[in-house]
Design a protein around this ligand. Structure first.
Ligand SMILES: Nc1ncnc2c1ncn2[C@@H]1O[C@H](COP(=O)(O)OP(=O)(O)OP(=O)(O)O)[C@@H](O)[C@H]1O
Ligand SMILES: [Mg+2]
Length: 385
């Protein structure tokens, strides 16, 4: 087991483009660290620099305190599972798992013990004599994991290992990886752009954008205290709503009304002009299903579309924003790889709500939970409040 320290890591490819730009991340011994971000943000590049498949342009990579920048991959003793894991089609599952041990010239006895232990852990006992071509996608994925875990590596590195699987299998494998990592207690760095994986698997999550680290925090902190607009918009589904806002005299004015704002948030943002308010869908509710409605926080909205999902429902409320605000919202959506044009509000309603499409509904907004961002820098001005 090992700690992994990345200190001011920079990677410039041949054309000088900084794929990874001054990233520092400490992974504790036994920790499950997630690297997440939109396509092209440098996740795979960073992972490949940890294993040694990519040269480091500048900065220090330390494994267990030892600088490994110039060590060959095999001397770093890390185990990596790729998105397109290649199993040997002519070898049995047993031999596929045993492969790295055969390469390392281990004894037959040791190989047999390790393969059988991995196979028990991954529930592959009945498939050991079969060939990869006869297995399902999830089973093949488990064989690839087996090959990674027999190695007694110092750490596991995963690059989107589940992205080729269908949604159900991905859910199952996610739970299995989580269990396995906890049981083995082995340091793990896991790359994904699936935010459910990021939020459920990680002890901590590093959010990246265009080669730069945006925030490194626990899943809960990312969700509840996003450092900036990018993280706020990237984490959460459906995404956080962003609305133009101004704060004055302890009140916040949004496109659909003026509401009281908690004093600490008002103090930090008063007189700052036009801000971007971040409001998650669940900070809204249908006033009709809430007890003790605070009238000062209600407003009437025209419900455009409603999606009923059984245990909850979403309603969409279009609103008008000036072109400058619309441009910024589009830019945000592009950066986060999302295609939504966000001049509509998405609100999450209790499943008991009887609101229907084309209704003029009365909604309540929980202004205690609103985040306020500086629209120019993107910084969350209300972090910690
Ligand atoms: N061999 C290479 N030569 C030049 N540029 C590269 C090379 N590999 C990657 N890049 C560039 O570096 C940036 C980061 O790429 P990387 O593969 O690390 O992204 P990623 O976050 O893993 O994306 P994805 O989610 O699509 O896998 C991209 O802009 C990419 O174009
Ligand atoms: Mg990648």
């Amino acid at each position: 087991m090992a700690t992994i320290e990345m200190k001011n890591i920079v990677k410039k490819y041949g054309d000088g483009f900084p794929a990874v730009n001054d990233v520092s991340i400490d992974v504790a011994d036994g920790e499950f660290m997630i690297l997440v971000g939109p396509s092209g943000c440098g996740k795979s590049t960073l992972l490949r620099m940890i294993v040694g498949l990519e040269d480091i342009t500048s900065g220090d990579m330390l494994i267990d305190g030892e600088r490994v920048n110039d060590l060959a991959p095999r001397d770093r003793n890390l185990s990596m599972v790729f998105q397109n894991y290649a199993l040997y089609p002519h070898l049995t599952v047993y031999e596929n798992i045993a492969f790295p041990l055969r390469l390392a010239k281990r004894s037959n006895k040791e190989i047999d013990e390790k393969v059988r232990e991995a196979s028990r852990t991954l529930d592959l006992d009945e498939h050991l004599e079969r060939k990869p071509g006869q297995l399902s996608g999830g089973q093949r994925q488990r064989v690839a994991m087996g090959r990674a875990i027999v190695r007694d590596a110092k750490a596991f590195l995963f690059d989107e290992p589940l992205s080729n699987l269908d949604a159900k299998l991905r859910g199952q494998m996610r739970t299995e990886i989580s269990r396995l990592q906890k049981r083995l207690g082995i340091t793990t760095v896991y790359v994904t752009h699936d935010q459910t994986e990021a939020m459920t698997l990680g002890d901590r999550v590093a959010v990246m954008k265009r080669g730069e680290l945006q925030q490194l925090a626990s899943p809960r902190e990312l969700y509840e205290q996003p450092a900036n607009l990018f993280v706020a918009g990237f984490i959460g589904s459906p995404p956080m709503n962003f609305l133009p806002a101004t704060v004055e005299g302890g009140e916040i004015t949004l496109p659909f009304g003026t509401f009281p704002l908690p004093a600490d948030k008002a103090d930090r943002t008063a007189g700052k002009g036009l801000l971007m308010a971040g409001i998650r869908p669940e900070y809204f509710e249908d006033a009709a299903v809430q007890a003790d409605v605070d009238e000062s926080r209600t407003f009437t909205a025209h419900i455009d579309v409603r999606e009923w999902l059984g245990d909850q429902q979403y309603a969409y409320v279009p609103y008008d924003a000036e072109p400058r605000v619309q441009d910024q919202l589009r830019q945000l959506a592009r950066e986060a790889d999302s295609d939504s044009l966000r001049t509509q509000l998405v609100v999450s309603l209790d499943s008991a709500s009887q609101i229907s499409e084309d209704d003029e509904a009365r909604l309540v907004i929980d202004t205690d939970k609103i985040h306020l961002f500086d629209p120019a820098s993107g910084e969350n001005l209300t972090v910690g409040l």
